[in-house]
Design a protein around this ligand. Structure first.
Ligand code: NAP
Length: 289
C-alpha cells in the first residue's frame, strides 16, 4: 500500500467586514473581494446589517472572532468610536470613523473618506492654494473639508440647509485647521463665485432612488475651468455630473472617492497596495457605467 504524505492545510481565511444599517445596497464587498482575488489573498469581506443597539456586541464579536478590521457606515460612524481602543489623528479631528484596523490586539479607528476624495482630486489638480465651494455639512462633508484644509486649500465655502450643522463644521475648521472658511445658508439656488476652483456636492442629493432631485445651484455659473465633484456613488452619473460635463467642467464622480477610500482600507488591513483599476472595474460592473 502506498504511504499517504501528510499535508498541512489552512482552511481559515482572514476576515474583514462592513457594519451598517441599511447596508444591503453597499457595493464595497464586491469591490474589495475583487482585489483580494486579483492579489491572490485568502481573505473575505463580509457585509453585515447591524442595528444601533447591537453595535457594541458587533464590535465585541469582531474582536472575539479575530477580524482584521473593517468598515462602518451609516448610522455607526460616530457611535463606533467609544468601542474602539484608539482613534487616528484625522478621524479624531473629523469626529467619525469609517475604517477599523486591528493592530496586535487593539482596534484602531481611522477615517479614509476624506483622504479617498483628496486622492481623486489630486488626479486632476493639486488642492494647495485652491478655493472650494461645498454643499453639505454631514459626515462626508466633514471628512472632505478637514482633509482639504490639511492639504492646504486657501478657502472653503460651506453651504448647508440646516444652519446649526453648517456653522458647526465652519467652527471645527477654524478651531482645528488653518483654512479660511465661511458659512452660507442654503435656502435657494446658490451662485458660484468666479474665484471658486472646485465645487463639491457632499450632500445625499442624487442618491438612488432620488436620482432626479436637483441640486439648488445656478447652472449657468458652471464654467469650463471649474472642477465639479460629486460624492454620490449610486448612480455615478448624477444629474450634477451630467450637467457639469455638458457645460465643459472637469468632473469627478463618487466612484473615485469610493475606490480610493477602499485602497487605503485594503492597505491598512493587508499591507498590500491594491490595484485601483481592478476595484473601479468591479464597481462599474455593478453600476453598468
Ligand atoms: N463616494 C464615497 O466613497 C462616499 C463616502 C461617504 C459618503 N458618501 C455619500 O455621501 C452622502 C452624504 O453622506 P453623509 O454621511 O455625509 O450623510 P449625512 O451625515 O446624513 O449628511 C447629509 C447632508 O446632506 C444634506 N442634505 C440631504 N438632503 C438634502 C436636501 N434635499 N437639500 C439640501 N441638503 C440636503 C444634509 O443637510 P442638513 O444638515 O440640512 O440635513 C447634510 O448636509 C451619501 O449619499 C453617501 O452615499 C459617499
Amino acid at each position: 500500500m502506498q504511504a499517504v504524505t501528510p499535508m498541512k492545510w489552512n482552511f481559515k481565511p482572514e476576515l474583514v467586514c462592513l457594519f451598517g444599517q441599511p447596508v444591503a445596497e453597499n457595493p464595497t464587498q464586491h469591490m474589495i473581494e475583487a482585489a483580494f482575488r486579483h492579489h491572490g489573498l485568502d481573505w473575505r469581506y463580509v457585509t453585515m446589517e447591524v442595528a444601533p443597539e447591537q453595535l457594541e456586541a458587533a464590535v465585541a464579536g469582531m474582536r472575539a472572532m479575530g477580524f482584521r478590521g473593517g468598515n462602518c457606515t451609516i448610522p455607526h460612524k460616530v457611535a463606533v468610536q467609544k468601542y474602539l481602543d484608539r482613534i487616528g489623528e484625522s478621524a479624531s479631528l473629523i469626529g467619525a470613523v469609517n475604517c477599523i484596523v486591528r493592530q496586535d490586539d487593539l482596534l484602531v479607528g481611522e477615517n479614509t473618506d476624506g483622504k479617498g476624495f483628496l486622492q481623486s482630486l489630486r488626479d486632476l489638480q493639486e488642492p494647495r492654494g485652491r478655493r472650494v465651494m461645498m454643499f453639505g455639512a454631514g459626515g462626508a462633508a466633514r471628512a472632505i473639508a478637514v482633509e482639504l484644509a490639511l492639504a492646504g486649500v486657501e478657502h472653503i465655502q460651506i453651504w448647508n440647509r440646516s444652519e446649526a450643522r453648517g456653522r458647526e463644521l465652519v467652527d471645527l475648521l477654524h478651531q482645528r485647521t488653518d483654512v479660511a472658511a465661511d458659512f452660507h445658508s442654503w435656502q435657494q439656488d446658490a451662485p458660484i463665485d468666479a474665484s471658486v476652483d472646485v465645487l463639491v456636492n457632499a450632500t445625499s442629493i442624487g442618491l438612488f432612488p432620488q436620482v432626479d432631485e436637483r441640486i439648488p445651484l445656478i447652472e449657468k455659473d458652471l464654467r469650463e475651468n471649474l472642477i465639479v465633484a460629486d460624492v454620490i456613488p449610486n448612480p455615478p452619473q448624477t444629474r450634477l455630473i451630467r450637467e457639469a460635463r455638458s457645460r465643459g467642467c472637469q468632473v469627478l464622480d463618487g466612484l473615485g472617492m469610493l475606490v480610493n477610500q477602499g485602497v487605503l482600507g485594503f492597505r491598512y488591513w493587508t499591507g498590500v497596495d491594491p490595484d485601483p483599476a481592478i476595484m473601479r472595474a468591479a464597481l462599474e460592473e455593478v453600476f453598468g457605467t
